[in-house]
Structures are given as C-alpha cells and as structure tokens.
Design a protein around this ligand. Structure first.
Ligand code: CTP
Ligand code: MG
Length: 187
C-alpha cells in the first residue's frame, strides 16, 4: 500500500472518534455529567460536559461508523481501510466514539483540577484529549486492530498523519461552531 493511502486511512478510520466532539456541541445543553458537584471547591467536570452531549455524541459517532462499515463492505475496501471483520468492526467504531468523549471528559477533569473555568483554552489538552481517549480505549479493547492500523508497518504513517491533522481540523470545526453561535469560544 502506498504512503498516501496509508496517510488518508489514518484520518478516515478515526472519523467515528472525530464526529462525537462536534455532535456533542449540537446535543449539549442538558444536565451536566457531574450533576453540578464539586471536588475541593471546583466543579468535577463543569457545565461543558453533559449527558445529552455524551449520549448524542457516542450515538452520532457509532452511527457514522456503521454507515461507513456498510460502505466499506459494499465497495470491498482494502483491509487497511476497514474496522475489521464481522462484529468486531461494530465494537471498534463504538470504542472509538465512546473513547473520544471519555478522553474529552478526562481533559475537562484535568482542566478543572488546574483551576481553569469551562471553555478556558488549554493548548495540547484541548486538541489531543479525545485523540488519546479514542486511541487508548480502542487499544485496550481491540489491541490487534490498533496495532495493525496505527502502529506496525505503514500504520505509523497513519498515526503521524492523524496527529498532524487533528489540531487543524479541531480548530476549523470550532471556528465554524463559534460562527454558527453553537460554541462560546472559537477553540
Ligand atoms: N459538550 C457536551 N457534552 C460533552 C462534551 C461537549 O454537552 N460530553 C458540549 C458543551 O456544550 C461544550 C461544547 O460541547 O461547551 C464544546 O465542548 P468542549 O470544547 O470540549 O468544552 P468546553 O466548553 O471548552 O469546556 P471544557 O473547558 O470543559 O473543555
Ligand atoms: Mg474540550
């Protein structure tokens, strides 16, 4: 497989983890996950992490994943462009979607402990918390899939491409969300 294909597959396969963040913005607004509770005088997660955002985001990422799995089957995508065979593929896209929002919540937990209010800019953490969560949870549940798609052989090209592309995409989407009035800050 050539290098361009390897690079693009890194982003394509991660779509079920990329969509939940934007979807959470659209679905948010309900009760916060921490139910308003504090820890050592600071909110545990804050009002930016809601149950509707969490469930809506995971549902959106998983739904997109299922759609892409069907497309990849119909058009017989090469192995490196798939989420695996059979039921495993469903598990992988769910792990990517859930992991990404768990990573995002972990990022919020860390920000609150550092005394940052909701929406405060936290470079690196804001751009990579959900990437670490998506890759981490999926690696835990489907280690062989992560190893073959993002680590061994051309997989490393996919990983580097993903890590370079994510901050650019994150910023672009957030500026759009901000202009649409859906997001309070453009980051
Ligand atoms: N959101 C949500 N539930 C989630 C994740 C996100 O409702 N589990 C919504 C919130 O409206 C949030 C918005 O998506 O404000 C943008 O998410 P993000 O930028 O991660 O949150 P911030 O508002 O920046 O808050 P934090 O400082 O906690 O990251
Ligand atoms: Mg965030």
């Amino acid at each position: 497989m050539d290098i361009i294909s390897a690079a693009l597959s890194g982003i394509f396969l991660f779509l079920p983890a990329l969509v939940p963040n934007s979807a959470a913005v659209l679905f948010g607004g309900g009760a916060p996950v921490d139910l308003g509770r504090t820890w050592r005088g600071k909110r545990i997660l804050g009002d930016g992490k809601t149950w509707t955002g969490l469930f809506g985001g995971v549902a959106a990422g998983t739904s997109l994943g299922i759609l892409l799995i069907m497309i990849s089957m119909i058009f017989e995508f090469p192995e490196q462009w798939t989420w695996g065979g059979g039921m495993d593929a469903l598990g992988v896209v769910f792990a990517l979607a859930l992991g990404s929002l768990l990573g995002d919540m972990t990022g919020a937990l860390i920000k609150r402990r550092l005394g940052m209010e909701r929406g405060h800019k936290a470079p690196v953490l804001d751009q990579y918390d959900f990437v670490a969560g998506g890759l981490g949870i999926t690696a835990l549940l489907f280690p062989a899939w992560i190893a073959s798609r993002y680590v061994s052989g051309d997989g490393i090209v996919a990983l580097v491409t993903l890590l370079v592309f994510v901050p650019v995409l994150h910023r672009t989407v957030n500026i759009i969300g901000y202009k649409m009035g859906k997001k309070k800050e453009p980051w």
